[in-house]
Design a protein around this ligand. Structure first.
Ligand code: PEP
Ligand code: MG
Length: 315
């Protein structure tokens, strides 16, 4: 009964003692945005724009993109929307930009690195986002994927601000960016942890290789440490540090992430009610205890078991 009531609840996600953690959705299309009628979802924490580019032989024009971004912003009017610029390459190949024949595409020219060879693609996309923002009067946040260095964060921030984007961020999904999160955050307004890729790169494990899922586990203590470093940097600089990887969809992990200091959780929309319920059953101090217990684990199994032992059994 309690779960049913909370599943329908609206307003910000919050712990039992009222500490707010925004509960957001990961989407890939305008249709996804239009389906987000559930009041439990406070907005979009990750709009994966590569879906617009997939299956085409040429890039979508500024006009074509502006139509889609406008639809998304209209569907979510007044709610937060974080648009991620094109994340092509590796597991998301695109006919017209992805290089053929890279030996290690996950370590190659992917994500923001495309700016080196195709800056026009990024500028066109940012122009389309700017147009959609003006047309709707909404203020989307915009972030770049696969940023590894401070220079990349600064370069993206400069291009995005030149294009009229007001709130600029980068994803932290490469361990180097997590280890130096303070310096990266100094260049931007917010960061969003991509735990799918962060686990892939921290554990040197291809995210597409099913047989290695035990290594790709977001409960790996090394991955939790990288999240903790990033969240700490966000707290120190007073800037948001959210999570938009699928790990946020595990309610027990959502408590750990909250305890580590993460400021928002973005996941597939269906997972939001369970995360909302889990948060409402625990105080912020309890989340901190759960996170510390998890980080004391030496293995992923120990980390998860230690967290679970402190979690309300109804979660
Ligand atoms: C991630 O890497 O965790 C992420 C959210 O981005 P994607 O899954 O699109 O690479
Ligand atoms: Mg990623």
């Amino acid at each position: 009964v309690a779960l049913a009531t909370l599943a329908e609840a609206s307003g910000p996600g919050q712990t039992a003692d009222g500490h707010e953690v925004a509960l957001l959705a990961n989407i890939g299309t305008a249709e996804d945005a239009e389906r987000l009628t559930d009041a439990a979802v406070q907005g979009v924490g990750l709009f994966r724009t590569e879906v617009l580019f997939l299956g085409r032989t040429t890039a979508p024009t500024e006009d074509e993109q502006a139509v889609v971004y406008t639809r998304v912003l209209r569907a979510l009017a007044g709610r937060k929307v974080v648009i991620r610029t094109l994340d092509a390459g590796a597991d998301k190949p695109l006919a017209f930009v992805t290089r053929q024949g890279e030996e290690n595409p996950a370590l190659g020219v992917r994500g923001f690195r495309l700016v080196r060879t195709a800056e026009d693609l990024l500028r066109t996309q940012l122009a389309a986002i700017g147009r959609a923002a003006r047309e709707t009067g909404e203020q989307p946040w915009v972030m770049a994927p696969m940023v590894a260095t401070v220079e990349e964060a600064a370069q993206f921030a400069a291009i995005a601000r030149e294009s009229g984007v007001a709130t600029v961020g980068v994803m932290v999904e490469v361990p180097s960016a997590a280890l130096r999160a303070r310096d990266v955050l100094a260049e931007v307004d917010f960061v969003s942890l991509g735990t799918n890729d962060l686990a892939q790169y921290a554990m040197a494990t291809d995210r597409l290789l099913g047989e290695l899922v035990d290594l790709l586990d977001p409960w790996q203590p090394a991955v939790l440490d990288l999240v903790a470093l990033t969240a700490q940097a966000g707290a120190e600089l007073g800037k948001p540090a959210g999570v938009c990887g699928e790990s946020a969809a595990d309610p027990v992990m959502a408590l750990v992430l909250t305890g580590l200091g993460v400021t928002s959780l973005s996941m597939s929309p269906a997972a939001v009610p369970a995360a909302r319920f889990a948060l409402a059953r625990h105080t912020r101090a309890r989340c901190v205890e759960i996170a510390e217990a998890a980080r004391d684990g030496r293995t992923a199994a120990e980390a998860r078991a230690a967290a679970l032992a402190l979690v309300d059994p109804e979660v």
